[in-house]
Design a protein around this ligand. Structure first.
Ligand SMILES: Nc1ncnc2c1ncn2[C@@H]1O[C@H](COP(=O)(O)OP(=O)(O)OP(=O)(O)O)[C@@H](O)[C@H]1O
Ligand SMILES: Nc1nc2c(c(=O)[nH]1)N=C(CO)CN2
Length: 175
C-alpha cells in the first residue's frame, strides 16, 4: 500500500492531561515523523470549561485516511472518552487534520471523515503547534491552499497569545 502522511491534533482537558497525550504519542511511535510540544490552550468553541492541553503530530505509514481515523477513535475509547456536549470537556479528542499521498492532499466530504478538517483553519490550538513542527505546512481552505504561517498570522491576536508551550512530552525524545 502507498504510504500516506497525516497531521493529527490531540487535546485533553479532563483527568491527567499529560498522561492522555503521552498515550497518543506512544501508540503512534512507529509512525511518528514529528510531535509538537504540549501547549496549554484556552477552550475554543464557546463552552465554558477548563483549559486544554494540545499537541499536533505528523505521522506517516502504509495507511488509508480511514485507518488514521480508526486509530484516533481507538485512542479516544482507550481514554474512556464519552460524547456529551459538542465542543465540551473531554479526556481525549484526536482529530485528523489533513492527509496526503506524496504531497497530494486528500479531500473528502464524507461526514465521517471530512478532509481537510473544516474547522482546523480557525483553531489556534491546531495551527500554532503545527507551524512549530513544520514551518512549510499548508492547509486546504475554501479560499485555496494557504500557508499555515499566514493562517496563524491572521488569527485573533488574543487567541494566538493564549496558546502557550508548557512541556515536552516525558520520555519522547526528538526524532
Ligand atoms: N477529520 C476528522 N477527524 C476526526 N473526526 C472526524 C473528521 N471528520 C469527520 N469526523 C467525524 O466527526 C465525528 C465527531 O467527532 P468528535 O466527537 O471528535 O467531534 P468534536 O471533536 O466534538 O468536534 P470537531 O469535529 O469540531 O473537532 C466523528 O464521529 C468523526 O467520524
Ligand atoms: N483549546 C481547545 N479547545 C477545544 C478543543 C481542544 O482540543 N482544544 N477541542 C474541542 C473539541 O472539538 C473543543 N474545544
Amino acid at each position: 500500500m502507498i504510504r500516506s502522511r497525516a497531521v493529527l491534533s490531540a487535546g485533553s482537558n479532563v483527568g491527567d492531561r499529560l498522561d492522555h497525550l503521552t498515550t497518543v504519542v506512544e501508540r503512534l511511535a512507529d509512525d511518528l515523523v514529528a510531535t509538537s510540544a504540549v501547549y496549554s490552550t484556552p477552550p475554543w468553541g464557546g463552552v465554558e470549561q477548563d483549559d486544554f492541553y494540545n499537541i499536533t503530530l505528523i505521522v506517516e505509514g502504509a495507511k488509508r485516511p480511514d485507518d488514521w481515523l480508526e486509530i484516533c477513535h481507538e485512542l479516544e475509547q482507550s481514554a474512556d472518552r464519552t460524547r456529551e456536549i459538542r465542543w465540551g470537556p473531554r479526556t481525549l479528542d484526536v482529530d485528523v487534520i489533513s492527509v496526503s499521498y506524496d504531497g497530494e492532499v486528500v479531500r473528502s466530504d464524507d461526514p465521517d471523515l471530512l478532509l481537510p478538517h473544516p474547522r482546523a483553519v480557525e483553531r489556534a490550538f491546531v495551527l500554532v503547534p503545527w507551524l512549530a513542527i513544520d514551518p512549510e505546512a499548508a492547509l486546504w481552505t475554501p479560499e485555496g491552499v494557504r500557508p499555515v504561517a499566514d493562517l496563524v498570522e491572521h488569527l485573533d491576536a488574543d487567541e494566538r497569545a493564549g496558546v502557550r508551550p508548557v512541556a515536552d512530552l516525558p520520555g519522547v525524545g526528538p526524532r
